[in-house]
Design a protein around this ligand. Structure first.
Ligand SMILES: *Cc1c(COP(=O)(O)O)cnc(C)c1O
Length: 422
């Protein structure tokens, strides 16, 4: 438990919310696949005095003086990022995954140019050109999809056909609701044919790549990777852009992040990124990444044994999408509520080919990064999956739900959120 020594005396209103959130995070099982628990070391850096400092520019080339420690710190963070992902260059200043993507689009394209990305209903992210986003007004977004929803295989023939027709400047790989590995080599081949850049948005799977349990798109020749740092990578809330080797791309990315889009970088967050990358370079993190997948596989088998339809037929990574409406007759929204009642947090999600609406879709999406940080193993993952299914089948049975809630709470108490991750 944090002390919050100064906030407690000075600001009881905010203090109450901090204490409440801390208790909330400890008491329930977090299965939202984009969330995690950072270490106290990451939290310390996140809450550090680097927040006081203006450091517009890059190490060695700043607009203001007094940069001896910020320069040293940002350089360490950059070097660790490069080592983790086998990149020649890294920009650690983007404020989040969305900001990293916007900077990447403006760095590599002119207004009116085309991006070929994963269809949003097949797992692509909002920032990949959803109609409500600003980038959608500036650039033209076209789509590829899965060939087979039951296996998750991408339709690479369609991808190539659209690429030949639309001549995209960027071919974008990456997702927030897709559970299979992509064939990055195919993306690179097609991009070469049409003269496009290859960009992977690995926001969800950065930790899996860092831990060596998912393929690194750079190994197959991708040009650029964008990512968040707070999902499986288990760092502070933020973003990052990595460049495999091209000096010209590096220049354009750096100029677009600052001064193109952002002002002063958030140095306290960059320090926290550095600490998190340090953690990710340890053998303990490799074990963590392996266990994330083992736990997801354990949950997959329970759902399969109960004949619940999983999108893509299962998972290769940290997340699962289940068609609960098709399999159990409960909507995604209802499932989210029932599971919340028993102490399990996840999110409703549209599934490919969904006939329902975004506010009340057919599916749920859940994943294992946060529970694995709490050191839960296959045994707990299996039990949690069973409890989830039981709860969804007991939507209107208050006594049963109370019983399930008790068991979830007992598991949580047995697996407190650890303070140290290495
Ligand atoms: C989460 C996510 C983002 C956005 O990250 P924010 O930090 O929330 O801006 C972008 N792309 C993908 C694929 C994501 O999963």
């Amino acid at each position: 438990m944090n002390e919050y020594k100064f906030i407690k005396d000075q600001d009881p209103e905010i203090y109450a919310t901090l204490v409440g959130e801390e208790a909330r995070e400890a008491r329930g099982i977090e299965l939202i696949p984009s969330e995690n628990y950072v270490s106290r070391a990451v939290l310390e850096a996140n809450g550090s005095i680097f927040t006081n400092k203006y450091s517009e520019g890059y190490p060695g080339r700043r607009y203001y003086g007094g940069q001896e420690y910020t320069d040293a710190m940002e350089t360490i963070t950059i070097e660790r990022a490069k080592e983790l992902f086998k990149a020649k260059y890294a920009n650690v200043q983007p404020l989040g995954g969305a900001a990293a993507n916007v900077a990447m689009y403006f760095a590599l394209m002119e207004p009116g140019d085309t991006v070929l990305g994963m269809d949003l209903s097949h797992g692509g992210h909002l920032t990949h050109g959803h109609p409500t986003t600003s980038v959608n007004k500036v650039f033209n977004f076209v789509r590829y999809k899965m060939k087979d929803i039951e296996t998750g295989e991408i339709d690479y023939d369609e991808l190539r056909a659209v690429a030949l027709k639309e001549k995209p400047k960027i071919i974008l790989a990456g997702f927030s609701a897709y559970s299979r590995e992509l064939d990055y080599k195919k993306f690179v081949e097609i991009a070469k044919e049409v003269g496009a850049y290859t960009v992977a948005d690995m926001a969800h799977i950065a930790g899996l790549i860092a831990g060596g349990v998912a393929r690194n798109p750079f190994d197959d020749g991708f040009d650029v990777i964008t990512t968040t740092t707070h999902k499986t990578l288990r760092g502070p809330r933020g973003g990052m852009i990595l460049i495999r080797e091209d000096e010209e791309i590096r220049k354009r990315i750096n100029k677009t992040v600052f001064p193109g889009m952002q002002g002063g970088p958030h140095m306290h967050i960059i320090a926290a990124k550095g600490v998190a990358f340090g953690e990710a370079l340890t053998p303990a993190f490799k074990e963590y990444a392996k266990q994330i997948i083992k736990n997801a596989k354990a949950m997959e088998s329970v759902f399969k044994n109960h004949d619940i339809r999983l999108l893509c037929g299962g998972t290769d990574n940290h997340l699962l999408l289940a068609d609960v409406y098709g399999s159990l007759g409960i909507t995604g929204q209802e499932a989210e509520i029932v599971l919340d009642e028993v102490g399990i947090t996840l999110n409703k999600n549209m599934i490919a080919g969904d006939t329902r609406t975004a506010m009340d879709p057919s599916g749920i999406r859940f994943g294992t990064p946060a529970m694995t940080t709490r050191k839960m193993m296959e045994k707990e993952a299996t039990r949690l999956a069973e409890l989830m299914i039981m709860a969804m089948k007991s939507k209107d049975d208050e006594a049963k739900k109370a019983e399930i809630q008790k068991e979830v709470q007992a598991i949580c108490e047995a697996f407190p959120v650890p303070e140290v991750h290495v």
